[in-house]
Write a protein that binds this ligand. Structure first.
Ligand code: CO
Length: 166
């Protein structure tokens, strides 16, 4: 008899958890590769949600972000992108993103490209895109959002950049 499909991930998850407990002398699996590079997979869906609200990287690290739109709705109604901004305060970021709502031809990317550190394409259903960039040299918090009109209220997060180890 087959495992109910819900139980399998649970069993795997528990095994992983138990294995982790039994090997406390070993360091936890690193979030980043030994060269400091970071690979991040983010999904977006028809409920206007990113799967991650927080990404971490050390200053100057190579970061690869892949956004996948798991939704089914047409791009014109429920497109998603991932746009990383300079360390803007929220009010300024909101103004920038709201102004971008009048830029469908630019896939709703804000016009002030100096404020954009990295971005994916605007994705329709089941589409995916990867952007590779260098994390800012200055430690701090860098906001990211989906700039499709109305989405940034829910679809936003931050890249937390920490100082590189000497
Ligand atoms: Co979106």
């Amino acid at each position: 008899m087959k495992f109910p499909s819900l139980l399998l991930p649970l069993a795997v998850g528990s095994a992983f958890f138990l294995a982790g407990c039994g090997q406390s002398e070993k360091p936890a699996a690193p979030a980043a590769a030994t060269d400091g590079s970071v690979t991040v997979e983010i999904t977006a869906n028809d409920a206007m949600k990113f799967s991650l609200a927080e990404i971490r990287a050390t200053a100057g690290a190579k970061v690869s972000v892949t956004l996948t739109n798991l939704g089914n709705m047409p791009k014109q109604a429920m497109g998603h992108n991932w746009v990383l901004f300079t360390a803007l305060p929220d009010p300024e970021l909101n103004v920038l993103i709201q102004a971008a709502a009048s830029r469908p031809a630019a896939e709703y990317l804000p016009a002030d490209t100096a404020k954009i550190l990295a971005h994916t394409k605007l994705l329709g259903a089941k589409e995916s895109d990867t952007v590779v960039f260098t994390a800012p040299a200055q430690p701090g918090e860098y906001p990211f959002a989906c700039t499709f009109p109305g989405h940034a209220a829910l679809m936003r997060g931050k890249l937390i950049v920490t100082a590189a180890k000497p």
